[in-house]
Ligand binder design. Structure first.
Ligand code: FRU
Length: 505
């Protein structure tokens, strides 16, 4: 059976043309079949590893494996054979990977440190039989740069002794100050932190979250990492919830605080929920470990459990967001997580299609008649010289289908609108409403940074203070793009746009 999978996979990845309708040209997607969360993201020996929740036999969710790809630049990906397959302990759910530099686990040597992956086992037979302890944590290791993996023969390393129905998604990291490994995982209505000296034996340290943030859905896929602001270290805790997102369904909230090696303390316990992304399609995102220069590179699953299994793509389902660099920024509302595309994305720019300064737009300004898939755009708007009610970018095709990203001046909110963007009826949940995000900045200069791919847009507004990620499926490719200004004039101080080359061709 295993051999058949491997042959099938090699054939599919060799012959995948990546030119099917809606196929992302800038984003990672598997050659064929079902994908969800990014997993095991680690940098090692010049390669960024991306593992992912994968079902190789169908384009809907099924027994989870870890699919695998590597990149040298975070942009171009090489598909590798499946890394982890289900076994008698269960399906392989989400998790993470680290370079065990001191060989604390003993799986490698000091000269050849092993990669160690920590993941959740999900025993489907156990769940079906009505047991509550069907999720527990396991590890596996690789001593050949992640090409082959061996599961630890004493798994599980963290059993489920309390019968917690939701007990999953391990994110492990080295805590330099206390010189030990820490793992954070979602345990029902809170997260739990454990410590270890060797990645094999774990001790509970603390829990966090029962009375914090949004509990509108199940807690999944935590990540905990430090970021500097004004010379000080703060800790960011990412936490995905499903449902309950700001635009409906799956979304990622975050907390900012301190971590002393044992306990996470939230800086804003009583404040409103902080959202990483206000679009519908950025879920279960976590960050790479061991990235050179201490960069925090992030990537999410670009879909939503509300409709992910029904989106009109074949022979694959789902893509990842583009990799983003996370940082902290002081805003008028407090410290917030900022997101920017990783700078490597600039290597995809082929030609500049727009470069203009100090323009006034009333009505409409054509940006391009060319296919607006694979386009990056930056617009800086001077609000002090703008009296329009609404402005933004619309992409469209000859069938009159449109996708819009805009800013509503009166309500001070960014929005995306895919209600008329083509195929929407595959799920009632898909295009019910516009998606909106409140503007934080009070600066009169408003900045929109957008990346369009065949079937998605990512918006980074005000230098990454606000992000919105949305997918869409026009019945024929979008063929034009324009800047619109409704109810008055919009003063654009700076405009730039580039065609981007495909990462696959
Ligand atoms: C998040 C999630 C995780 C789980 C995985 C299963 O999307 O539900 O909690 O580990 O997907 O595929």
């Amino acid at each position: 059976m295993k051999i058949v999978f491997i042959i099938l996979f090699v054939v599919m990845s060799t012959f995948a043309q990546y030119d099917e309708p809606h196929r992302p040209q800038l984003h990672f997607s598997p050659p064929a079949n079902w994908m969800n969360d990014p997993n095991g993201m680690v940098y090692h020996n010049g390669e960024y590893h991306l593992f992912y929740q994968y079902y190789p036999n169908d384009i809907v969710w099924g027994p989870m494996h870890w699919g695998h790809a590597v990149s040298r630049d975070l942009i171009h990906w090489k598909h590798l054979p499946i890394a982890l397959e289900p076994d008698k302990l269960g399906y392989i759910f989400s998790g993470s990977a680290v370079v065990d530099k001191q060989n604390s686990s003993g799986f490698g040597t000091k000269n050849k440190p092993p990669l160690v992956a920590m993941f959740t086992y999900h025993l489907m037979e156990g769940e079906k039989a009505g047991r509550k302890n069907f999720q527990y944590q396991g590890i596996a290791y690789s001593t050949d740069n992640g090409r082959t993996w061996t599961k630890y023969d004493k798994n599980p390393v963290i059993p489920n002794t309390e019968n917690l129905k939701d007990f999953r998604d391990t994110k492990v990291f080295w805590h330099e100050e206390s010189k030990r490994w820490i793992v954070v995982l979602a345990a029902g209505d809170h997260i739990r932190l454990y410590s270890s000296s060797n990645l094999k034996t774990w001790k509970v340290e603390s829990e966090f979250g029962k009375m914090h943030g949004s509990h509108a859905g199940v807690w999944e896929c935590p990540d905990l990492f430090p970021l500097k602001i004004n010379g000080k270290t703060k800790w960011v805790l990412l936490l995905s919830i499903n449902p309950g997102g700001p635009s409906g369904g799956s979304a990622t909230q975050y907390f900012i605080g301190d971590f002393d090696g044992k306990t996470f303390k939230n800086d804003n316990p009583s404040k409103k929920t902080l959202w990483l992304d206000y679009g519908r399609d950025n879920y279960a995102g976590v960050t790479w470990s061991n990235v050179p220069g201490g960069r925090r590179a992030f990537l999410g699953w670009m879909s939503n459990w509300d409709y992910a299994q029904k989106v009109p793509t074949s022979p694959w389902r789902s893509a990842m967001t583009l990799p983003r660099e996370l940082s902290l920024k002081q805003t008028s509302d407090g410290i917030r997580v900022n997101q920017k595309l990783v700078k490597e994305i600039e290597i995809l720019r082929v030609s500049e299609m727009l470069a203009a300064k100090d323009m006034i737009v009333t009505g409409s300004l054509e940006i391009s008649k060319a296919k607006p898939s694979q386009i990056e755009m930056i617009f800086e708007v001077d609000l002090s010289k703008t009296d329009s009610k609404d402005f933004g970018i619309e992409v469209s095709n000859k069938k009159g289908e449109t996708f819009t990203v805009g800013y509503n001046v009166g309500s001070r909110s960014f929005y995306t609108d895919r209600r008329k963007a083509g195929k929407t009826t595959f799920s009632e949940e898909f295009a019910k409403d516009m998606h909106t995000a409140p503007r934080v900045s009070r600066n009169s200069k408003l900045r929109l940074h957008l990346i369009f791919d065949n079937s998605s847009v990512e918006l980074f507004a005000d230098d990454g203070e606000i992000a919105m990620t949305d997918i869409f499926f026009p019945t024929e490719d979008f063929t034009g793009s324009r800047f619109f200004s409704t109810g008055g004039k919009t003063r654009i101080s700076n405009a730039k746009a580039w065609n981007l080359r495909s990462i696959w061709h």
